[in-house]
Design a protein around this ligand. Sequence first.
Ligand code: ZN
Ligand code: ZN
Length: 180
Amino acid sequence: MYEKIYVVPLDENSRNYSEWLGQTLSRKMGFRLQTGIVSRLPEEAHNPRTNQYYPVPILSKLELLKGSEDEIIMALTEEDLYLPSQNFVFGQSNSVGRTAIVSLLRLRPEYYGLPEDVNLVKERLFSVALHQVGHVLGLKNCENECVMRIAASVNEVDKRPDGFCPNCLLNLTLPTKVRT
Ligand SMILES: [Zn+2]
Ligand SMILES: [Zn+2]
């Protein structure tokens, strides 16, 4: 698989993790890491009542920045994300637009009153980002021991493996086989 991926920080603090995430995802998935897309959180995505952001308009805006269909954009933010059906989400993706977003806020131990731990944040960030990449590449949530397992809490993020189960791997590699 030689997909192109951009990892785009949408605010100042997420910049501290975006380069690391880009390199780590590229190494793991064989993506070609791209640079040059700059974006910010659109004001229309902000819900002032809860001070959260709705990911759908953010992902639409990011899609417009792509140079070609097959590129993947992974955005990072410090802000909290929510869906009408869920109080919060760690991340969200659009498999048609091939865009995804991950929030760092609830991945930080400080959010739960615990001491800072950059390595723990990186492990969690990788898990949530890889889950979203899986969706972008067409995978569904999975009930196996797998990174595509649903995580409703940070403990569940910590517990699931940081890789795809054999089923999901097979589904991931199918499109490549078809293309060649
Ligand atoms: Zn999912
Ligand atoms: Zn799986």
